[in-house]
Ligand binder design. Structure first.
Ligand SMILES: Cc1ncc(COP(=O)(O)O)c(C=O)c1O
Length: 342
C-alpha cells in the first residue's frame, strides 16, 4: 500500500548500518542478550513442539505492574501492538505526536485511518494544549524516539480522558533507572494504553516480544485482532524472565551505566562547535542538529561511522542525526570525526 505521506515511515536505523561501519544508528543495548537470557531461550526450544501458552508470561507482567491479567496483552514487539491497535480501533480523529517513531502512524494509515500530526518544536517538550480536544486517539512516545525527550507523567496523564484512547509507547522507558514517568501502573487513567518492548534493553529485536497494558475491554479487542499464537514460546519465556525483580535490577544497572556514557557523549559534543543537542536527552540516544549542514550523516559514513538519519521523521530534516550512546572510546572516535567534518 502506498502511504500518503512525504516521509519514509518504514525507514529504520538498521538500514543505516553495513559492513565495515561502526554502528551508532541502532538503539539496541550492546552486549545483549545477556547469557542467562540466552540460556533460558535455548532451554525453551524443548517446548516448541507445542503451541505457545501465554498464561505464565501474562501473569508475570500483570504482577510486575500490579495490573489484572485481563489488562495484559503479550505482543510480537511494539510493532505488532501498533498494528493491533490500528485494527481494533475506529478513530474519528487520530493524532500522532511527532517527531516520534513512525510505525504507529504507518500502521494507522495501513488500516485506512486518516492521521493528523501534532509537530513539537523548540525544545521538543509536549504541551498537552497542542493536542486537539476532538482527538479520540492520541499516540505519543515516552521517552520519545528520536528526540530522547521524556515527558513528565503528569503532562501525559492530562491527555487521558473518557472517550479517547491515549497510547503511550514506552519502548525506551527502561533506559532510565526506576522507569521514571512510566504510566504502566496507571490502570486508573481512562483509555490509557501503554506499550512496552523487550527489544532495546534485552537485545531481542529478532525474537519479537513486547506487551500492551490496556483497559480490559480494549485488551480483549487487541487479542481478537491478533493472529493466533503470534507470540512464540521463546518470546513468552523471555517476557516472563525479564519481568522479574532480578532482570529489573539488571536493567536499572545498565541504565545507570548508559547515563554515564551519555554524559560523556554530551560533554564531548559541547567541546566542539557546530553541533547542538536538540533537546535534553533521557534515553539511550541523542538528537543532534548541525545548523547549515545537511551532509553530516554521509560524511560520517565516509569515515566508517553510521548514525541514524533525521529526515525520515516528521518535524525533522537532514540537519538532524540521532546518535546512539556507546562506550566512551566509540564516542570519542565519533566526536573526533564530527569535529573535523564541521
Ligand atoms: C520508540 C519505538 N517504539 C517501538 C519500537 C518497536 O520495537 P519492537 O517492535 O521491536 O518492540 C521501536 C523500534 O525501533 C521504537 O523505536
Amino acid at each position: 500500500m502506498t502511504l500518503s505521506t512525504e516521509y519514509d515511515l518504514h525507514h529504520h536505523g538498521d538500514a543505516e548500518v553495513g559492513p565495515g561501519l561502526v554502528d551508532l544508528a541502532v538503539n539496541v543495548r550492546t552486549g545483549t542478550p545477556p547469557s542467562w537470557l540466552r540460556d533460558r531461550l535455548v532451554a525453551s526450544l524443548d517446548d516448541v513442539a507445542a503451541y505457545p501458552d501465554p498464561t505464565r508470561a501474562t501473569a508475570a507482567v500483570a504482577a510486575r505492574h500490579d495490573r489484572p491479567v485481563e489488562e495484559v496483552v503479550p505482543t510480537a514487539g511494539g510493532a505488532e501492538a501498533f498494528v493491533l491497535l490500528a485494527r481494533a480501533l475506529r478513530p474519528r480523529h487520530a493524532v500522532v505526536v511527532h517527531p516520534q517513531f513512525t510505525e504507529p502512524e504507518a500502521a494507522l494509515r495501513a488500516a485506512g485511518h486518516a492521521v493528523d500530526r501534532v509537530l513539537l518544536d523548540g525544545d521538543l517538550t509536549l504541551d498537552p494544549g497542542a493536542v486537539p480536544e476532538s482527538a479520540d486517539l492520541v499516540v505519543v512516545g515516552n521517552p520519545t524516539n528520536p528526540t530522547s525527550v521524556r515527558h513528565p507523567a503528569g503532562v501525559l496523564a492530562r491527555l487521558a480522558r473518557p472517550g479517547r484512547t491515549l497510547v503511550v509507547d514506552e519502548a525506551f522507558i527502561d533506559t532510565a533507572p526506576g522507569e521514571p514517568d512510566s504510566l504502566a501502573d496507571r490502570g486508573d487513567l481512562p483509555g490509557l494504553v501503554v506499550l512496552r518492548s523487550l527489544t532495546k534493553t534485552w537485545g531481542l529485536a529478532g525474537l519479537r516480544v513486547g506487551y500492551a497494558l490496556a483497559p480490559a475491554g480494549l485488551a480483549e479487542g487487541l487479542r481478537a485482532a491478533a493472529p493466533p499464537w503470534s507470540v512464540s514460546t521463546p518470546a513468552l519465556v523471555a517476557l516472563e524472565a525479564c519481568s522479574g525483580p532480578a532482570a529489573r535490577a539488571e536493567a536499572d544497572a545498565a541504565a545507570r551505566a548508559m547515563a554515564a556514557d551519555r554524559d560523556h557523549l554530551l560533554a564531548a559534543l559541547r567541546r566542539i562547535g557546530g553541533a547542538e543537542v536538540r533537546a535534553t536527552p533521557a534515553a539511550s540516544f541523542v538528537l543532534v542538529r548541525t545548523p547549515g549542514r545537511s551532509d553530516v550523516r554521509e560524511r560520517l559514513r565516509d569515515r566508517g561511522l553510521a548514525v541514524r538519519r533525521g529526515d525520515t521523521f516528521p518535524g525533522l530534516d537532514a540537519e538532524h542525526v540521532r546518535i546512539a550512546v556507546r562506550a566512551p572510546e566509540v564516542t570519542d572516535r565519533l566526536v573526533g570525526e564530527l569535529a573535523e567534518i564541521l
